[in-house]
Structure formats: C-alpha cells, structure tokens
Design a protein around this ligand. Structure first.
Ligand code: C2E
Ligand code: MG
Ligand code: MG
Ligand code: MG
Length: 269
C-alpha cells in the first residue's frame, strides 16, 4: 500500500472532471492514500446557546492535498459514498473527534453519511469505537441528513435507535432542504433539529422563510427537541431567530470552522 501511495500522480484539479468515471476512480485512490498519509483533518465550528456560550462543536472534514491544497468535503464525500471508503472515512472522523473531545471540553457533533447508516452493523461498530476510545457517549452527537429512502429504511431507523440507546444524541441536519422533512419527523426519534441555512439566508426579506423558521421552532418546542439555526451570517438574522424562538446558533457571524490548534489558542487568549 505504501508503494502505491508513493507513486501518486500529479494532476491539476478540476471539479468538472468529477463526472468522468476515470477521475472519480482517481479521486477515490487519492483519498485512500490520504487516509494512510494523514492528509485529512477535522475543523471544528462552535454552536452557541441562547446565552451565547459555546455549547458544542461540529466536526467538519478537510482534505489537505499535498499538491492541490484544501479540498472541501462536498467534492469528495459523494465519491467516498460509492464504496467502502465512506466507512473508513467515517471511522477516521469518529476516532479523531473522540480524541479531540478532551481538548474541546464540549459535546462534539460528527456528520454521518446516509451510506454509513445503511450498513446493518453501523451502530455496533460505532459503539465499539466509542468504548475503545473511552469517551462519554453523552458527549457525542451524530448528524444525519434527510434523504428520501431513509424515511422508509428499517436498517437506518434501527441504527439510529441503537445509537441513541448507546447514549449518543441524534441531530437531523439541513432540516427543510430535502423532500420529506415532515415525514422524517415522525420516522424516528431524535434530539436536535438543525434548520437548513437556505432558510436563514433570506430571513430579512422573505416573509415565508421567516414563517417557516418560526414553525420549525414551534414544532421543536412541542417535540421537546433542541433546534439549531445553521449559517447565521448577520446580526439581523440572529435577532430574527431569537424572536422566532430559536435557542442555538451556528454560522460565520459567530465562529468559522477552525483547526483544533487555533480553537485552543482562542480559548487561552
Ligand atoms: P453540514 O453538515 O450541513 O455542515 C455545514 C456546512 O456549512 C459546512 O460546510 C460549514 O463550513 C458551512 N457553514 C457554516 N457556517 C456557515 C455560514 O455562516 N455560511 C455559509 N455559507 N456556510 C456555513 P463544509 O465544511 O464545506 O461541509 C459541507 C458538508 O459536507 C457538510 O454539511 C456535511 O454534509 C458534509 N461533511 C462535512 N464533514 C463531513 C464528515 O466528516 N462526514 C460526512 N459524511 N460528511 C461531512
Ligand atoms: Mg452537519
Ligand atoms: Mg447542515
Ligand atoms: Mg449536510
């Protein structure tokens, strides 16, 4: 495997090439090498509570390619999802996040791909890693994105139930962005709703978006689950969210994703 990694080609990166099967395979191979060569990194973005204190961090995967520089997750997660690579990536993310918990001293949310949740032994494997890492499961949050197949998926629901039984929390990510948000709500038990940032972006000038955000906050209150607004970029949005009854906030206004080292420095300052 080391030999393979040593012979990696150097090719200029062009996102348009991702549609090309040959280049997808190329990226997949590069990503497998990146896992071995420690080119992956987690950045952490703070989530603030109503009291404006940091209440958790979200782990966001970064690929620092030696030749191409930083490659964002949207560009490689989809390719990883086509093979077992997503499981390896997911386990790497979980282990890294568990190891960083001690420094962060807040709960940490990790993103889990629908492809991972489809594996019948996902929750069991996750439980083994959490136990091996010796962390408090109550300090971990699993973020899942709504997808149509998941509404009906028995395996996914069993995994999510098992994850909660282990003591982790489950968050619905990008809520409202998919096709079946309301169905999703009654599909399984969860602890947190994250309102998709497209609703936050137009809060100032779109009355409908403001109504939808208010309604989601009402539903969350009725269900007694937490609600986090994603992509908060302006003070005006923050004000409107507070008035809508939202109680937790994440976005560039309050804190950008940053490597652990930089977060630790900010804490000490
Ligand atoms: P997500 O889980 O919804 O993460 C939020 C995304 O919004 C992140 O993009 C974050 O950097 C960005 N963001 C945060 N605040 C703001 C803001 O105020 N304005 C704007 N415009 N954007 C903001 P990022 O890091 O590029 O990640 C994109 C997506 O990739 C994530 O969306 C998540 O679905 C996926 N992803 C990231 N890390 C992982 C991972 O470890 N595993 C899996 N399966 N997926 C991951
Ligand atoms: Mg997320
Ligand atoms: Mg999101
Ligand atoms: Mg997402």
């Amino acid at each position: 495997k080391g030999k393979k990694a040593g012979r990696r080609q150097v090719v200029a990166f062009d996102p348009d090439m991702l549609g090309d099967e040959r280049h997808r395979r190329f990226i997949e191979r590069e990503l497998r090498a990146a896992l071995l060569m420690d080119e992956l990194e987690l950045h952490y973005q703070p989530v603030f509570g109503a009291d404006m204190r940091v209440r958790s961090h979200e782990a966001l995967l970064r690929w620092k390619h030696t030749v191409r520089g930083m490659i964002p997750p949207a560009q490689f997660i989809a390719i990883a999802e086509e093979s077992d690579l997503i499981d390896k990536l997911g386990e790497w993310v979980l282990r890294r996040a568990c190891a960083d918990l001690e420094t962060l001293r807040t709960p940490v949310a990790v993103n889990v791909s629908p492809a991972q949740l489809r594996r019948s032994d996902f929750a069991r494997q996750l439980g083994l890693v959490v136990e091996e890492m010796g962390v408090d499961p109550g300090m971990l949050i699993v973020e899942v994105t709504e997808t149509v197949p998941m509404v009906a998926g028995a395996v996914e629901q069993a995994n999510l139930d098992a994850i909660r039984a282990l003591g982790l929390k489950v968050a619905i990510d990008d809520f409202g962005a998919g096709h079946a948000s309301l169905q999703y709500l009654r599909g399984f038990a969860f602890d947190i709703i994250k309102i998709d940032r497209t609703y936050i972006a137009n809060l100032g000038d779109n009355r409908i978006d403001a109504m939808i955000v208010g309604a989601i906050c009402d539903i969350a209150r009725s269900l007694k689950v937490d609600v986090i607004a994603e992509g908060v970029e302006t003070e005006a949005q923050l004000d409107m969210l507070r008035r809508a009854g939202c109680s937790a906030f994440q976005g560039y206004l309050l804190g950008r994703p940053a490597p652990l080292k930089r977060l630790a420095v900010a804490d000490a300052a």
